[in-house]
Design a protein around this ligand. Structure first.
Ligand SMILES: [Mg+2]
Length: 261
């Protein structure tokens, strides 16, 4: 894989030899195009209130996060797994004395999450619309299949995407396969999302561009160090800045032929 030393934003030399024209742009969905984590936080508040008689909020958060982490391999990402992790944590912290009424409330809280109306983030529609006219635009998300399909349908953005991929994990191999199947490979692709760990770093590893759009609420298990040394890493404050970023990348001088190193 080719790697180049970092240099300043907008500096043409950093782009020398890096890429042919971008053709395909993938968008993450949750907390990139629409709100998501805020509903998890609200439910977690409900969870800590329900179990306040048994454990302090900090302890509950720690135990719940530990349960979510070890359950990812069993349930994958999404609300159903989150509910099961809350129930497991409730049993653990109460030493199996949690009332059935509390379990019922946790299940109801999960069902509320599955019914919450979609709330698009600022500039989501305009940005996807603008770029869909210039690039092949994909939606690449993980989570519960039914829930993601529901949110996409409610978002009204479905027709803008040339492809929708709901995957179990976002790895370099997954991105390489998706961008090969829908586009001209990851090297001519860009992934845009709020998670460094899921949206940006594996796409860079696949040889593509990774653009981080930070969201003030991002799940602890999605945090990672910004890959600042990677020449294909960018960060924008808002989706609204994405078309201009792409315009800047497109005016880079025609790259010389490079040999794989
Ligand atoms: Mg996300």
């Amino acid at each position: 894989m080719l790697r180049f030393a970092p240099s300043g934003e907008g500096n043409m030399t950093e782009l020398a030899g890096m890429s042919v024209a971008l053709t395909t742009i993938g968008f993450d969905a949750d907390d990139t195009l629409w709100q998501n984590e805020q509903f998890f936080r609200l439910t977690q508040d409900r969870f800590t209130a329900l179990l306040a008689d048994y454990a302090a909020a900090d302890h509950l958060h720690d135990r719940l996060l530990a349960a979510e982490r070890h359950n990812l391999g069993h349930y994958g990402f999404g609300i159903k797994g989150f509910v099961l992790s809350m129930i497991e944590t409730a049993i653990e912290v109460t030493e199996a004395r949690v009332p059935a009424s509390v379990i019922a409330e946790l299940i109801a809280a999960g069902q509320d999450m599955l019914a919450h109306p979609i709330e698009l983030l600022p500039a989501a529609r305009e940005t996807v619309e603008t770029l869909a006219g210039r690039y092949k635009v994909l939606l690449i998300t993980k989570g519960d299949l039914l829930d993601q399909e529901r949110k996409l349908a409610q978002s009204g953005l479905g027709d803008l995407f040339a492809g929708v991929e709901i995957v179990s994990h976002k790895t370099a191999a997954v991105y390489a396969e998706i961008f090969a199947r829908h586009g001209q490979g990851a090297a001519r692709g860009m992934m845009v999302g709020n998670s460094l760990r899921s949206d940006v770093i594996p796409m860079l590893q696949a040889g593509g561009w990774g653009v981080h759009v930070p969201h003030p609420l991002t799940w602890a298990l999605e945090h990672d160090e910004p890959p600042a040394a990677d020449a294909r890493f960018r960060q924008v404050d808002s989706l609204a800045a994405l078309p201009a970023l792409l315009d800047r990348l497109a005016v880079a001088p025609s790259p010389p032929k490079v040999t794989q190193g």
